[in-house]
Design a protein around this ligand. Structure first.
Ligand code: HEM
Length: 516
């Protein structure tokens, strides 16, 4: 449509992110964990560094892969919904509540209106008083009138409410960037509505929803993506099965001075690990898919920002472990086409799928390669190398020969290079932080319940440097938030829990099933 304002895609246009490389002091709304470390450079001048980083991006971009059902050597044991929960969390943390007028007046975010908090402001927007159109009678969310069909296990699915031009009317437009995060946003609305029983106030329900979400971030999301050993040092109560008062979190590097902040090491590098989990495409339900993440024709792929076909309701059993999954082997008589299979995220490794190497123009232009955007962003933000951060943490840095670039499938043929072989040796001894944290991932076995019994799947999780940056930042932000459950009611447990308060499990799948 002509003259339509473009939606603000995930990650693009976050104010303050285009800071000048010339000033080492200026951070805008961001902060740094390792302020004193020198920035990494990859050549004698800026042109050489840029050329080297683009060359690294090229070898981190996989060759085109077929979009298919069935087992895949690149997948680990993490259900695919966690990829989009990860993206959703990024949006929550980087939500910018400034109005468009304030943004125009302050494009570099010299004034920071953002709150790095797990407060679901990407769902609640500015609340029922300021944005009454998001709500139905001030207590529940407006769910949208367009019924979504196609998934028998999700009969109440509706599309997000949309304006006449197809744009979702939601707190954070980025949560309509693709069909999966769009329907995940819808699940958060439905989870809120399910807790909004008569007699409860909006504030009380909102607090309960936030507590459940924070619980999942801490007790489910972090253990899913960060290796056990790293997490045990930072949040010992999770691995010991005790409580947060008996075994409080230990943060060695993320220190809050006045207010919680968003570290550049997190937003410009470590938390971008999720880009390597994205699959080339997904099946939405038994009848729809697999569809590629991007497609040239409208409604041939999963790109969002518009009303997609009404029969595209997601069958969440294909994204999260709601039920024992079909094992997805080649000879599964119960599901010969592997259409009922739980889709698993791609391994966290130094490879992103080919479609992310040429993002559609609705998401980003020049460079259109997401790996190049990440690497250039980290360099422009003057991030130190992965090795420099490892040394600052008192860890032995990885050797060049161990920093492998490619798919970590276990097949040597899938490794393309070691880092010192890329760009004429520009990265010898100094690997960009994003690539480093992907290369240092640790293999763990994840047990997945299947209809044929338990199956153990080798899975890559964030290691000593990346895991620590991600976990300390997330835990530090929750601890610093005076309205979080850790600050207000540290022994709080979710709704399913026995009145005795016995700690029990509450995972993403429980939130999904309550919302359904
Ligand atoms: C199909 C899925 C995704 C696409 C197309 C996508 C695309 C992008 C793009 C274009 C950027 C801006 C890059 C730049 O110019 O610096 C970005 C930034 C970012 N992405 Fe993603 N992304 C996806 C999924 C994810 C996931 C799953 C995660 C984490 C689990 C993630 C974390 C981030 C972070 C932390 C940033 C930088 C912070 C920000 O500005 O929001 N992304 N992404």
């Amino acid at each position: 449509m002509p003259n339509q304002p473009q939606p603000r895609p995930h990650g693009v246009g976050v104010r303050g992110v285009n800071l000048s490389r010339s000033s080492v002091l200026f951070e805008g709304p961001f902060g740094r964990i390792f302020r004193a470390l020198p920035p990494a450079d990859y050549g004698d001048n800026d042109d050489e560094s840029e050329t080297a980083l683009r060359a690294l991006a090229d070898v981190m971009t996989a060759d085109p892969d077929p979009v298919r059902d069935g087992p895949d050597a690149e997948e680990g044991g993490i259900p695919a919904a966690y990829t989009y929960l990860g993206q959703f969390i990024d949006h929550d943390l980087t939500f910018d509540p400034a109005s468009s007028l304030q943004r125009q007046n302050d494009p570099d975010a010299l004034v920071d209106y953002r709150t790095p908090r797990f407060d679901l402001d990407c769902v609640y927007g500015r609340g029922p008083d300021d944005q009454p159109y998001l709500y139905d009678n001030g207590l529940k969310f407006n769910l949208g009138l367009r019924q979504l069909t196609g998934a028998a296990s999700n009969p109440n699915a509706t599309d997000l409410p949309r304006s006449r031009n197809g744009r979702a009317i939601i707190g954070d437009p980025r949560n309509d960037e693709n069909v999966i995060i769009s329907q995940l946003q819808g699940l958060f609305f439905r989870f809120h509505n399910a807790l909004a029983t008569p007699g409860r106030s909006f504030g009380e329900v909102q607090r309960q929803v936030r507590y459940h979400y924070q619980w999942i971030v801490l007790n489910d999301f972090l253990p899913t993506i960060v290796s056990k050993d790293v997490l045990a040092d930072i949040v010992p109560h999770i691995s010991k099965g005790t409580d947060v008062l008996s075994d409080p979190p230990v943060l060695d590097y993320y220190k809050v001075r006045n207010e919680a902040y968003m570290p550049l090491e997190f937003s410009a590098a470590a938390y971008r690990f999720g880009h390597s989990m994205v699959r080339p495409g997904y099946r939405l339900s038994e009848t729809i898919g697999p569809l590629p993440i991007f497609a040239a024709q409208p409604n041939a792929g999963l790109t969002g920002f518009h009303a997609f076909p009404a029969n595209w309701a997601i069958d969440w059993r294909r994204f999260v472990d709601l039920a024992p999954l079909e094992p997805g082997d080649e000879h599964n008589a119960a599901d010969p086409g592997n259409k009922n299979r739980l889709q698993l995220a791609y391994r966290i490794d130094t490879s992103i799928v080919n479609p992310l190497g040429s993002l559609p123009s609705s998401i980003a232009v020049s460079p259109a390669n997401l790996a190049a955007r990440n690497l250039l962003r980290g360099w422009r933000m003057r991030l130190p190398s992965g090795q420099a951060i490892a040394r600052a943490m008192g860890l032995p840095p990885m050797q060049d020969k161990d920093i492998k670039i490619g798919k970590f499938t276990g097949d040597a043929a899938d490794i393309r290079f070691t880092i010192d072989q890329v760009a004429g040796g520009a990265f010898k001894g100094g690997c960009p932080l994003w690539a480093y944290i992907l290369a240092e991932t640790v293999e763990e076995s994840v047990v997945v319940k299947t209809t044929k019994g338990n199956r153990s799947i080798k899975t890559r999780k964030l290691g000593p440097v990346g895991g620590r940056i991600v976990a300390e930042t997330i835990v530090g932000i929750i601890l610093a938030d005076s309205s979080s459950f850790l600050a207000q009611d540290p022994l709080w447990t979710p709704w399913r829990h026995a009145p005795s308060g016995t700690p029990k499990e509450f995972h993403l799948r429980d939130l999904v099933s309550k919302a359904l």
